[in-house]
Design a protein around this ligand. Structure first.
Ligand code: C5P
Length: 433
């Protein structure tokens, strides 16, 4: 359930009250669940807990002032409001609730609240008499009517010695309520590592061997996986593609770099969520060979030589190396073929121990490499004859979403998080197209 917080941006507002100490643990819980947290503190909150504590826990500078030029230059308050998937104020004091209800914008937190258009929640914390007061209840009713979620409060003994309602919920309860605000996607709680683009194999300091891969398919898949709730590490060869929001991008050059980065990222993902919840997707057009030696100086053209011989050695097969791991993740490969597409694809499926292979016919000029469109046939091991699905020609983002639906359907039961059976997820792939 907490996995729904993966990749989510939580803007945590902390206001003045003894319960402010609980916000420190809340930040840890949110981050442990994979959320990114930015903290805004009111002046009163800073009397109870220091910004330094919350900065260390959130891993981000704490925002305190509306008119701080340095903070505005780093991330302006409107940008911060837009960044947030959820604004949660915990603890929310009676004064803050009143100011929010009135729509005041006289400090950073109240201004951000007005400027944020996404999900909003408050977790009130105050003395039981203040909580019971008609003004507080009327303010909360107003906020509820505007779609604000109210977390708690709990009741019990209070710091002031009273007993009653008004205690801030515990961090673990607040984190679960935050997760409740988000829909579960078909890849919620899954770590995905994707290779994309070409590799470049150096001949000398200025020349290299490479290919025409644009990286578009891998980048579109990264976006689709993130949209489905996964955390994505995108290992990119030299491409001119903008990094999808929330992807962790690692740029590499050669096949050997790409292999090392892939092994590291897969190992980290397996530690984080286990092999059953880790997916490795190889879309990269890895150079099959690299020059046996890279000349230290630029290779000079000989006056008498009309030919130049290069000795190439085979690069490691990245996807096959990952798929050969004892505790292998779920592995998906791609095949770009110019003939006998199905035969070659099914051969690779078995030989490289893949769980899924998507292949396209790159002899067609309307799809594939540099094109914005693609059409694919997907195969997976299924007894004597591989299972197959046809994805008709569509834009790469549409194909990517359909592939994600197929992927989610084929994940082992231990890794699958979406509700619904294989058939309904496969139907979903069809509906997307
Ligand atoms: O054997 P072929 O290159 O056609 O296989 C394509 C699939 O294998 C793709 O998924 C590609 O990313 C992957 N591959 C790899 N490392 C290589 C060669 C291919 O991961 N050295």
């Amino acid at each position: 359930m907490l996995a729904r917080l993966t990749n989510k941006h939580i803007l945590l507002g902390v206001t003045g009250g003894i319960a402010a100490y609980k916000s420190a643990e809340l930040i840890r819980r949110l981050r442990d669940a994979g959320a990114e947290v930015q903290v805004v503190m009111t002046a009163a909150a800073r009397e109870f807990i220091t910004p330094l504590t919350l900065q260390a826990l959130s891993g981000n500078p704490v925002h305190t002032d509306l008119l701080d030029p340095a903070a505005e230059a780093a991330m302006g308050h409107i940008e911060l409001a837009r960044w947030a998937d959820l604004v949660l104020i915990a603890p929310a004091s009676a004064d803050t609730l009143a100011r929010l209800a009135q729509g005041l914008a006289n400090d950073l937190l109240s201004t951000l609240w007005l400027a944020a258009s996404g999900r909003k929640a408050v977790a009130p914390a105050m003395n039981q008499q203040m909580w019971a007061d008609a003004a507080t209840q009327a303010n909360l009713d107003l906020l509820r009517q505007r779609g604000v979620a109210v977390f708690g409060p709990g009741s019990g003994s209070q710091a002031c010695g009273d007993i009653g309602a008004g205690r801030l919920l515990e961090a673990v309860e607040l984190a679960a309520l935050c997760a409740d605000q988000f829909q579960s996607g078909s890849l919620t709680g899954i770590e995905v590592v994707i290779t994309a683009g070409p590799t470049r194999e150096a001949l000398d300091p200025v020349r290299y061997l490479s290919n025409h891969s644009s990286g578009k398919m891998g980048f579109a898949l990264a976006e689709a996986c993130i949209e489905a709730g996964a955390r994505v590490t995108l290992i990119a060869g030299p491409v001119h593609q903008p990094t999808p929001a929330r992807a962790h991008r690692i740029d590499v050059v050669s096949a050997l770099d790409m292999l090392a980065a892939s092994e590291r990222a897969v190992a980290e993902a397996k530690v984080a969520v286990g092999p059953a919840r880790t997916i490795f997707i190889a879309t990269a057009a890895v150079a099959d060979y690299r020059p046996a030696r890279v000349a230290e100086q630029k290779i000079k053209k000989g006056f008498k030589d009309d030919t130049l011989e290069l000795t190439l050695i085979k690069n490691p097969d990245i996807v096959a190396t990952i798929a050969a791991q004892a505790d292998k993740p779920f592995v998906m490969g791609f095949a770009a073929e110019t003939q006998a597409v199905e035969g070659y694809a099914c051969d690779k499926l078995a030989r490289k121990r893949l769980d899924l292979i998507a292949c396209n016919d790159v002899s067609r000029s309307d799809i594939g490499f540099q094109s914005d469109d693609n059409a694919m046939t997907v195969f997976w091991p299924d007894g004597a004859t591989p299972g197959r699905a046809e994805l008709a020609k569509a834009s790469k983002p549409q194909i990517a979403r359909a592939l994600v639906a197929l992927l989610a359907a084929r994940l082992p039961a231990g890794g699958r998080t979406a509700s619904g059976d294989d058939a309904s997820l496969t139907r979903h792939a069809d509906e997307i197209l």
